[in-house]
Design a protein around this ligand. Structure first.
Ligand code: NAP
Length: 473
């Protein structure tokens, strides 16, 4: 596939193979963008913004609705690309493609609700005879940088609201999964998005990141990815707005009065969805001592039934990790924990890029798989005695995206939802629940700002105040 620069689909002699991580076959190639391509994208995006900021809300919304319809008509095509270039099974990929339709539709709807307010200028002395209000205006050129794990819908969460707000976008998708992103841009252009308003540049972040991140023509960087890349980008950005959706190490508390069938089902799926490569995947399960053994037995039994392998087969539950290198990293982290005394209750084996769904307990507090984001198909069990202890453990790491609690006690649910330090608390769901239009984002190292269409639009626009001084009234 090609990249879209200044309205032209262009290729380069230097190419990057896009590889199916299950069988290592080359699916396609994309051009390896360079510094000149960055300059072309930036110049064109500035022109693109001159077009988008003058478009009516109605026209922008119609284009987004049409793009949603195109994706919906070609859902299986989109799902197949997601599944082939990434880790997801075909069923997981279908879910993502459907969510992308929702994200584009909600972007269109929310474009009509970018509202201002009147301002009571006379609320302090000196403001007499002044009347005014503020609008929300688009911010300008938005640089969107996206990760591999939701290669379509997380791109939609950037392009949809950015265009809904009237901005121009330069998109840099993850190098391992650029195809779904390019397909989405094709759909946007087919739906009528002015081509200068959407550039997609493929290539290594380490090579083309800095020239765009540090450029003053970019007015906002909207980044989703890991903490290390996030820190690097923040250090290079200079004075511009930054939105960051970063990683986590998500905790779920299973209280003694939890519905265990629900908790087991939800937490197994939440731990191993997309082979655990999921920013809201369950990593720490804090289980009350009274139900610990029963929960553990059922959880491990269910996990052992997971069918792993060929992503394209309808009955596969879990596919490979994104690269063999990533599976080797997870293997090392599990081995380190086991050597330091953790019990491996099931899984713990690797075949190429496939890593078995793995459950651990008795983790020493200093092991990597306890402290860091694993981003792989492993989950840690901890036994807890009381709620304060569970909340303290949940809050003990420098992340805070989502947390979860299973309980039938309303007081416990309320206390947890107040005291858990994170961007959202799921009651009787694992952390792996997200409605695309809810405010989504984290605290601490999990991010800055919020996505979720209405909330993205706040980040992607700036208020402009208008004040009339009317001395004769
Ligand atoms: P990553 O390695 O941080 O890469 C994310 C994106 O940043 C890729 O497009 C990457 O390009 C680019 N990048 C890397 N270094 C860059 C630089 N110096 N300048 C500009 N761009 C740069 O993350 P990943 O492995 O793809 O994704 C996994 C991470 O994303 C996890 O930590 C996960 O929790 C997080 N995530 C968070 C959310 C959320 O909403 N909070 C959602 C999904 C994923 P290349 O591919 O070319 O390196």
């Amino acid at each position: 596939m090609k990249m879209l620069l200044d309205g032209q689909w262009v290729d380069r002699d230097e190419k990057i193979d896009v590889i199916d991580p299950f069988d290592n076959s080359v699916i396609d190639t994309v051009p390896s963008g360079n510094a000149d391509d960055c300059e072309t994208a930036l110049k064109s995006a500035v022109k693109g913004f001159e077009i988008t900021k003058k478009m009516t809300v109605y026209d922008r919304a119609q284009i987004l609705f049409k793009a949603a319809a195109i994706i919906s008509e070609r859902l299986e095509e989109f799902a197949t690309i997601i599944a082939r270039e990434g880790s997801k099974t075909i069923n997981e990929a279908r879910t993502e493609a459907s969510r992308c339709v929702n994200t584009m539709t909600a972007s269109a709807e929310e474009s009509k609700r970018i509202l201002g307010e009147t301002i009571p200028f006379d609320s302090f002395p000196g403001g007499e005879k002044r009347r005014g209000y503020y609008y929300r205006f688009p911010i300008g050129v938005v640089l969107a940088i996206t990760p591999f794990n939701d290669p379509l819908n997380l791109v939609a969460h950037k392009i949809g609201p950015a265009f809904a707000a009237g901005n121009a976008v330069i998109l840099k998708p993850a190098t391992v999964t650029p195809l779904s992103a390019i397909k989405l841009v094709e759909a946007m252009v087919e739906a009528g998005m002015p081509p200068q308003a959407i550039q997609v540049i493929t290539g290594y972040g380490s090579k083309i990141g800095d020239p765009m991140v540090s450029d003053e023509r970019v007015r906002m960087i909207s980044f989703t990815g890991g903490v290390e890349a996030g820190k690097h980008i923040a250090s290079k950005a200079g004075i511009k707005k930054i939105g960051m959706e970063l990683g986590s190490n998500s905790p779920v508390i299973v209280w003694k009065d939890a519905d265990l069938d629900l908790a087991v089902d939800s937490c197994v799926s939440g731990s191993f969805w997309a082979a655990g490569q999921n920013c809201i995947g369950v990593q720490r399960l804090l289980v009350h001592k009274d139900i610990y053994n029963e929960f553990k037995t059922r959880f491990v039994e269910r996990t052992k039934k997971y069918k792993i392998g060929d992503k394209m087969k309808e009955d596969t539950d879990m596919g490979p990790m994104i690269t063999e290198g990533e599976a080797i990293r997870v293997e090392k982290w599990v081995n380190e924990a086991a050597q330091k005394g953790a019990n491996v209750l099931c899984g713990g084996k690797r075949t190429g890029s496939l890593y078995e769904p793995t459950v651990l307990e008795n983790l020493p507090p200093d092991v990597t798989i306890h402290c860091e984001e694993v981003f792989g198909p492993t989950v840690n069990l901890y036994q807890i005695d009381d709620l304060d202890e569970a909340i303290k453990e949940a809050n003990s790491l420098p992340y805070g995206l989502l947390a979860g609690i299973f309980t039938s006690n309303i007081d416990v649910a309320f206390k947890a939802s107040y005291d858990l330090d994170c961007g959202g608390v799921m009651i009787n769901d694992s952390t792996d629940y997200r409605l695309d239009s809810m405010p989504f984002g984290g605290v601490k190292y999990s991010g800055l700002g919020r996505e979720g269409l209405k909330f993205s639009l706040q980040e992607l626009t700036e208020p402009k105040v208008v004040c009339f001084y009317l001395p004769n009234i």
